[in-house]
Design a protein around this ligand. Structure first.
Ligand SMILES: NC(=O)c1ccc[n+]([C@@H]2O[C@H](COP(=O)([O-])OP(=O)(O)OC[C@H]3O[C@@H](n4cnc5c(N)ncnc54)[C@H](OP(=O)(O)O)[C@@H]3O)[C@@H](O)[C@H]2O)c1
Length: 432
């Protein structure tokens, strides 16, 4: 039998053959944090088969830098770039419009598109992928979730052979920065101000702290991992703003900390997904992620748990993911086509919960709460009350055994009417 090993010479010839005759001509749309980092890598590292040809941005004169070669065309004319001989449009302007229009037109013109735009992909990814396939181009968005961490390429290639049943992720670096600082004792408002000063949080932080950014990313991952096309709007996010310093103190007593977690699972063909602050066991990898780090844990039917972690944002880490997508295009590597079907998203999980109350103390409060939980057949695991708080504003915590989210919601609706409550109870899922 002939030796089937490929000789180094043969490998070389194959690689050369796979390369296009000329480098891929790249048009950058948006020269901001990520766009300028992508240009930097293309200019400094000169990756094989890639050539930076156009940089489009509004008011482009103020964007010019001297390290970009003179051959690159700086322009404010998107139409001209879309009509040019550029092979790939790299969309790094962000938002749904006009970015979506540029991406559509580039694909219609038979070009390929690389983007880091999670919003565009979460809401229009399926339609744009279809358009790309119909026009003979490619749409790649490896940087759209978890920035520099190759979760999307990991799902498209390394895990395509498994059936992912469950995933849990820290997908928003801003929230992780805020919550991991609060874990060390800082107050929410002060940490948010620091995050804004460092450029981690927007002036209006609602997209991040409200969970909207994470749910868009979760919807993208659900399509690739669980193979369901979901409407991101059906994933109901819970803001991290309700979490107070006292919750970290109680969480620690329970052997946990608090992180914003995006989670989804499929049980018996039913898909559930949610985003919000959750208690995570201090021994869980999710508790180890600090600052702006991201982390994703994927549980496969065959392969078990796989953990991805690293820098989920920032110009350079995100640009690495973009350039890696470009290299994949230049070298003709094709993603595995992952079929997906439309699905409705529920929010029914069966997990233990942490419920924190803030009450003006009076006799009978615990009896009323336990009664309401018992009526929904929810078992109490522990009641914890720390000393040192005034009776006029007393925080205490009830943890419950795994119960259906819907049953707990009904119990809390009844508990929420109690006259002693100074605010609505804070209910957090506990990840075990
Ligand atoms: N930054 C990250 O860490 C990160 C991580 C993962 C994914 N992403 C995604 O990457 C994309 C880019 O993010 P970024 O942080 O680089 O944003 P950015 O710093 O705000 O850069 C966007 C650039 O696009 C330009 N631009 C925006 N709208 C435009 C328009 N209508 N016409 C012409 N130019 C326009 C902006 O020009 P001006 O300077 O005039 O505003 C700016 O130069 C977004 O989709 C984002 O979600 C970012």
């Amino acid at each position: 039998m002939p030796d089937e090993k490929v000789s180094p010479a043969a490998t070389k010839i194959t690689a050369q053959e796979a390369r296009p005759e000329r480098p891929l001509r790249i048009a950058l749309f948006g020269f901001g944090t990520v766009g300028s980092s992508v240009a930097k890598i293309l200019v400094e590292s000169k990756p094989d088969g890639l050539e930076l040809a156009h940089i489009f941005n509004r008011d482009v004169a103020r964007k010019r830098v001297d390290w970009v070669p003179a051959s690159v065309n700086w322009t404010e004319d998107a139409d001209a770039v879309l009509a040019s001989d550029a092979d790939v449009v790299v969309e790094l302007a962000g938002g749904l419009d006009p970015a979506g229009d540029w991406v559509r037109r580039a694909l219609e013109a038979g070009k390929s598109v690389v983007t880091a735009n999670k919003k565009l992909i979460a809401y229009h990814g399926v339609e744009l992928e279809r358009l790309a396939a119909a026009q003979g181009g490619h749409l790649k968005y490896g940087a759209a979730v978890a920035g520099g961490i190759p979760v999307i390429p990991g799902l498209e290639q390394g895990l395509a052979g498994d059936r992912i049943l469950r995933m849990e992720g820290i997908l928003n670096g801003t929230c992780n920065f805020i919550l991991s600082r609060m874990e060390e004792g800082a107050e929410y408002a002060a940490v948010l101000a620091t995050a804004q000063a460092k450029g981690y949080a927007e002036a209006d932080p609602t997209e991040d702290v409200g969970g909207f950014d994470a749910r868009a990313k979760l919807a993208i991952l659900m399509r690739l991992a669980m193979r369901v096309v979901v409407d991101p709007e059906e994933i109901v996010p819970k803001p991290i703003t309700a979490v107070a310093a006292v919750d970290f103190s109680y969480a620690r007593d329970l052997g946990c900390t608090i992180r914003q977690v995006a989670r989804a699972e499929e049980t018996g063909g039913v898909v559930a997904a949610t985003v919000g602050p959750m208690l995570v066991d201090l021994r869980s990898p999710l508790a180890w992620s600090r600052g702006t780090e991201n982390m994703v844990i994927l549980t496969g039917h065959y392969g078990g748990d796989v953990v991805f972690s690293g820098h989920g944002a920032g110009g350079h880490p995100t640009a690495v993911a973009v350039v890696s997508d470009l290299l994949a295009l230049a070298h003709g590597s094709r993603r595995v086509a992952i079929p997906s079907v439309p699905a409705r998203v529920g929010a029914e999980f069966e997990v233990p919960h942490y419920i924190r109350f803030l009450v003006a103390d009076r006799p009978g409060i615990v009896a009323e709460i336990t009664g309401a939980l018992a009526r929904e057949r929810i078992n109490i695991r522990a009641i914890v009350q720390k000393p040192g708080y005034p009776a006029s504003a007393l925080p205490f915590v009830v943890t419950v055994e795994p119960c259906k989210s819907s049953a707990l919601k009904r119990a809390l609706a009844s508990i929420g009417k109690m006259d002693c409550l100074l605010e609505q109870p804070l209910d957090l899922q506990m990840l075990e």
